[in-house]
Design a protein around this ligand. Structure first.
Ligand SMILES: [Zn+2]
Length: 120
């Protein structure tokens, strides 16, 4: 990934990601030339924000209310809302659908629509 900043100590571009940090979110990079290591904040995906966690809870709620045999894999922010990924068993595999940012009731309705293809 050629756009990493060079080593702050010796200026070498030979940097390797050696670990991840969750607080603050970032990656730990080590310089192959001088051994200096540093934290690059923002190099790793940030923790989900409050709204994303709320949507995720809503998806879990719909799944358990309807008794669907699927596993929620993740909820990711997209431009107009969220993309929900669920694992709907060995035959259907991964199912993805988008939920637009709206009131909780409307978002719940679109989650129900998205999950409607998965028969219980
Ligand atoms: Zn260095």
């Amino acid at each position: 990934m050629g756009h990493q900043a060079p080593c702050r100590k010796c200026g070498s571009a030979r940097l390797r990601v050696v670990g991840q940090s969750s607080t603050p979110p970032g990656v730990i990079v080590k310089c192959d030339a001088c051994g200096h290591w540093s934290l690059v904040v923002g190099g790793a995906p940030a923790a989900p924000d409050v709204d994303t966690r709320r949507v995720e809870r809503l998806v879990h709620l719909v799944v358990s209310d309807k008794g669907l045999a699927c596993q929620v894999q993740g909820v990711a922010r997209v431009r107009e809302g969220w993309q929900v990924t669920v694992l709907a068993g060995p035959e259907r595999g991964l199912v993805r659908f988008d939920v637009k940012a709206d009131s909780l009731g409307t978002m719940r309705a679109s989650i129900e629509r998205g999950l409607a293809h998965i028969a219980p």
